[in-house]
Design a protein around this ligand. Structure first.
Ligand code: URA
Length: 304
């Protein structure tokens, strides 16, 4: 039993973890990567991790629990120490679990491997199989599921978001949470259903704590996305939100400058027209911006 003080400390620590973006347990036991020296995370920790049976407190209160990276805007906050009074915990529950391995290859090697795996894929099913056996993107280590796509295999309109969130990670499909439901309603307003479109993201695994994927993570996934676009063969590519728009348009400007302007592009050798628009998650937080998204939707409707 924890006493009142311990309870309070534990609650404060968990609240702090949540604020930092660590809103989900990705393992039952904490892994202290630092004790493995300079080796790449995971490379040296293939042995089974067995923790003593007499343990009582949840693994989450161990000082060694790795933190998920913070949500955008909370970068400095992530370096804050845990709440005062926090004591490194007693041993974790008796659990035996194999550590998941993280990719250790340098980014250019991972990207080359991605290109080799993706370009040879003759179908979406083959591309999905290639993605499932690809270990070059670190996001895979913490995600529960691969989120490849939802919608039609071939479509005139392809929508590309930022990254799977919690609901998507659980279901293994892009845009199935509240933002996805709004996206479906937006598409319905211009007469499109899931059967008319192909929906995916610039990365295929959920970033821990729902942070924005890094440019490196997006870049390493890019050969798969380029091949996916070539296989789906859309006429129109619609990046949703700033991260997707910048990545797909290779641009530095913000979404408010990029949105609403048709541009020509080519992915995996396939020519498309690109129209960036606002992310439905942003529209849920900022309903006043819906009129801008509506303008973009009407512009898409006029073309199809
Ligand atoms: N936000 C995204 O960018 N993609 C999803 O799949 C879900 C939410």
């Amino acid at each position: 039993m924890l006493d009142a003080d311990e309870n309070e400390t534990l609650a404060a620590l968990l609240a702090w973890y949540r604020e930092m973006g660590a809103d989900e347990a990705v393992g039952e036991t904490p892994i202290d990567w630092l004790v493995h020296g300079a080796a790449a995370p995971g490379a040296a920790v293939r042995e089974r991790i067995v923790v003593p049976a007499a343990a009582a407190a949840p693994a989450a209160i161990s000082a060694a629990t790795p933190l998920a990276a913070p949500r955008p805007g909370s970068a400095q906050a992530a370096s804050r120490p845990p709440p005062a009074g926090h004591q490194p915990s007693r041993p974790a529950p008796a659990v035996s679990r194999e550590a998941r391995s993280f990719p250790s290859a340098p980014p250019d090697v991972s990207q080359l491997a991605a290109r080799t795996a993706a370009t040879g894929a003759p179908s979406l099913a083959a591309l999905e199989a290639a993605l499932r056996s690809f270990d070059g993107c670190g996001l895979k280590a913490t995600a529960k599921n691969l989120c490849f796509y939802r919608g039609a295999e071939r479509a005139r309109v392809m929508l590309i978001g930022e990254a799977p969130g919690r609901d998507e990670d659980l279901e293994g499909k892009p845009f199935v949470g509240p933002a996805g439901q709004l996206l479906d309603r937006m598409l319905a307003s211009i007469g499109l259903t899931e059967a008319d479109v192909h929906i995916t993201n610039i990365v295929y695994w959920r970033p821990p704590g729902n942070r924005t994927p890094t440019p490196q993570e997006a870049t390493v996934c890019r050969p798969f996305l380029d091949r996916q676009i070539a296989l789906v063969a859309p006429e129109f590519v619609i990046p949703l939100g700033g991260a997707a728009a910048k990545h797909m348009l290779n641009a530095a400007e913000g979404i408010m400058r990029l949105r609403g302007r048709w541009q020509a592009g080519e992915f995996g050798g396939h020519p498309v027209r690109i129209l960036a628009t606002l992310h439905p998650a942003y529209l849920l937080r900022t309903p006043a911006a819906k009129r801008l998204a509506w303008r973009d939707l009407l512009s898409l409707k006029a073309e199809i």
